[in-house]
Design a protein around this ligand. Structure first.
Ligand code: SF4
Length: 92
């Protein structure tokens, strides 16, 4: 993985503001590196050398609906999504 592909190099796993005011965050302590999020949304997520999911700068190339699907696919619910008002969208 190339660091230049990160949405924000200072916080590889977010929180990252994405389109329509949503925020995506991966809890690195919960992430077990299963990479199903990458399989569902390769534009939003990749794995770093520590086998933790990071948010890519191409994240806005995917729909928020699919990013939420990626979050739902995570076996440890390590991906957190909030809306523009800070309300939790997933996990509920
Ligand atoms: S699916 Fe969950 S546990 Fe697997 S890499 Fe993504 S965030 Fe980590």
């Amino acid at each position: 993985m190339n660091n230049g592909n990160l949405a924000d190099q200072s916080k590889p796993s977010g929180p990252i503001k994405v389109k329509n005011g949503y925020t995506v965050y991966v809890d690195r302590l919960l992430c077990i590196g299963a990479a199903t999020c990458v399989a569902v949304s390769p534009k939003a997520f990749d794995m770093d050398p520590d086998a933790k999911a990071v948010v890519l700068k191409t994240v806005d190339g995917d729909s928020i609906e699919n990013i939420i699907e990626a979050a739902k696919s995570c076996p440890t619910s390590a991906i957190f999504i909030t809306d523009d008002k800070g309300n939790r969208v997933f996990p509920k």
